[in-house]
Design a protein around this ligand. Structure first.
Ligand SMILES: CC(=O)Oc1ccc(/C=C/C(=O)NCCc2ccccc2)cc1OC(C)=O
Ligand SMILES: [Co+2]
Length: 171
């Protein structure tokens, strides 16, 4: 079912998530709820903490070259560990927990990732470009970090000013 997405500055978003232990029906239901919620809100990535569940689970479903977001391209990534990373790339990121704010973030251009799928099967895959960016963005959520924490001091001031205005205006 569609769940509520927690929005900055909700303190729950700062929690550190814990590894998934049981690859059971409860996990599958969580992943299904994450997918339904993410798609409904027109996102391309979502971490479990964004719907208030402090578990190391994230999903990414990028849009393909024809502009379609196909479920066959959905990645369900559980207990991820970055084994290697290199390069550097800048991308204007957004986040469903910081709706309407976008800014440039620098991240590794290539990563080698170890993760488990919903059945508990281990995978090791290399990602580049937008997929590598998305994985790093979502993995930050698992540590309680939002992309706005990576902004320069001045950009962060700009964000805080903008955000307060929006909040005062009751969005
Ligand atoms: C107003 C508002 O909420 O705007 C949005 C902001 C972000 C998003 C989605 C962001 C998202 O999926 N981020 C995943 C992490 C990521 C960031 C950059 C590159 C790869 C992966 C969707 C929004 O809603 C609409 C209708 O566009
Ligand atoms: Co996010």
């Amino acid at each position: 079912m569609i769940r509520e997405i927690l929005v900055y500055p909700n303190k729950i978003l700062r929690e550190t998530s814990r590894d998934v232990i049981h690859f059971d029906a409860t996990l599958h239901e969580l992943l299904d709820d994450m997918y339904e919620t993410m798609i409904t809100k027109e996102g391309i990535g979502l971490a479990a903490i964004q719907i208030g569940v402090a578990q190391n689970a994230l999903i990414i479903n990028l849009v393909d070259e024809t502009g379609l977001q196909k479920k066959e391209n959905l990645y369900e990534i559980i207990n991820p560990v970055i084994l290697e990373k290199d390069g550097s790339t800048v991308y204007q990121e957004g986040c469903l927990s910081v709706p309407g704010y976008y800014d440039e973030v620098t991240r590794a251009e290539h990563i080698k990732l170890r993760f488990y799928d919903r059945m508990g099967v281990m995978h090791e895959e290399e990602f580049r470009d937008l997929m590598a960016i998305a994985v790093q963005h979502e993995m930050d959520h698992l540590k309680g970090h939002l992309f706005i924490e990576k902004l320069s001091y001045l950009k962060r001031k700009k964000f805080e000013k903008e955000w307060k205005k929006k909040y005062k205006a009751g969005k």
